[in-house]
Design a protein around this ligand. Sequence first.
Ligand SMILES: Cc1cc2nc3c(=O)[nH]c(=O)nc-3n(C[C@H](O)[C@H](O)[C@H](O)COP(=O)(O)OP(=O)(O)OC[C@H]3O[C@@H](n4cnc5c(N)ncnc54)[C@H](O)[C@@H]3O)c2cc1C
Length: 498
Amino acid sequence: MATTRTTERVDVVLVGGGIMSATLGALLNELMPDLSIRVFERLEGIAVESSEVMNNAGTGHAANCELNYTPQKADGTIDIAKALAINESFEVSLQLWSHLVETGGLPEPRSFLNPVPHLSFVWGDANVGFLRARHALLSAHPMFADMRITEDAGRMVDWMPLVMQDRKPGPPLACTRVDRGTDIDFGVLARLLFAGLQARGNLTLKMRHHVKALHRDPEGGWRVIAKDRETGDIQEVRAGFVFLGAGGGALPLLLKSRIPESRGYAGFPVSGQWLVCQNPEIIARHQAKVYGKASVGAPPMSVPHLDTRIWNGKRSLLFGPYAGFTTKYLKQGSYWDLPKSLRISNIGPMLAVARDNWNLTRYLIGQVVQSPEERLGALQEYMPSARKDDWRLEVAGQRVQVIKRDPERGGKLGFGTEVVTAADGSLAALLGASPGASTAADTMIDLIRKCFPERAETEAFKSTLRKMIPSHGHVLAREPAVLGAVRARTNHVLGLVE
Ligand SMILES: Cc1cc2nc3c(=O)[nH]c(=O)nc-3n(C[C@H](O)[C@H](O)[C@H](O)COP(=O)(O)OP(=O)(O)OC[C@H]3O[C@@H](n4cnc5c(N)ncnc54)[C@H](O)[C@@H]3O)c2cc1C
């Protein structure tokens, strides 16, 4: 079939229709409404990869319950710096959503965000000691002042009845609780953000368009080549700025851009599965996100949790994630994704990571060969009364952990979210996983300030940013009065539990 080639010019191209592109689009539209934006999404639907509700855990990561954000150092002390930073970033997301709800850019918040308490639950002397010490440090800080702890089984029955039902007497238990936790449907949120942007007319969305290549434009910016997967037609768009928000597809495109900053980057895909509860009576008896401690060797995002989810106004309950390995970078990707991303510049870092991460390899092999009974056993550690017939196994989204060069070890594996930008600010790519969607607003504001430095210095930009994100320019972790004012607003607009 003959293919037609068309060429157009826009200011900004966003590759990928997930929560990251949606958040960046929303921010650009508020801060620089004169920019024309084109989005290319390779699939039929918006946000149906990692951002889709059941492909992620939907936890509004604020470091309330995720024990991996407060690591214990070799000397036994607990480092809370990461927890403070993540909590601060999440407050930026809450402020952006509040602003959009107030100004009509988003509808009423219950469609995408619901209050769900965040709990951490551990057993055994060492873990109980860790949770006590973590609680003492965090609750002494204004950001986590309302975190409660209990070692009383009766109190735990009130907080998480399913976790306590049929639990045999055994090692000591401890649990912390933050009521101001959230469950977020990032899929719905992305669709609402895109719908608002399309209605305002500054953004055009090209569905079923797969971005195949991108080349430097001799006249400045980039030439982005996208293929219509239905007709085979090729569309070339010239853009001053390109964002690779393609989830697992961002790394291959970053490598194709050949910017010097991309050298040495590689990806390590980790797939996931959930057990999803099918019994409405059980679902109704749990109202919390209960996070535990990760097993030895497990990547930080594989912390087990028994998790209330709310989508389309309906409650559900899932447990996991169980990790796995595949060579695909996207759930609807190709087994050739990993082999095709190999370059001379990234083979060294990949081999170094393979050499240094035997615990992770062992953990993943253990997860892949797990039997249904072993999976049920893992669930029963959190819910002793669980029965196999009430749960169904479902495939979660795909994560691609960042591998990059390291001067000492040759290569290292990162578990966070990382933005790679071209030196001239004309291209940025978002790689990695956690805390991901929850901190998208903060990450995208940094990206905009880096890639549009002149616009970011204008008074119009600064005052709009302050209006949207009143905490901008402040450090919430050190300014309790500002923290209080910011939370009073977001609690009111988003209906969060104080
Ligand atoms: C198991 C799991 C649990 C998670 N739990 C949480 C959590 O509790 N809280 C949290 O905040 N985050 C969580 N995350 C992370 C979160 O899901 C991601 O950070 C977020 O969804 C990433 O959004 P994105 O827009 O970058 O990617 P995606 O939602 O994957 O969107 C990328 C889009 O790009 C498209 N695309 C790819 N390649 C191309 C191409 N070449 N051309 C055109 N389009 C392309 C894809 O089709 C896709 O629609 C979890 C992730 C997983 C996998």
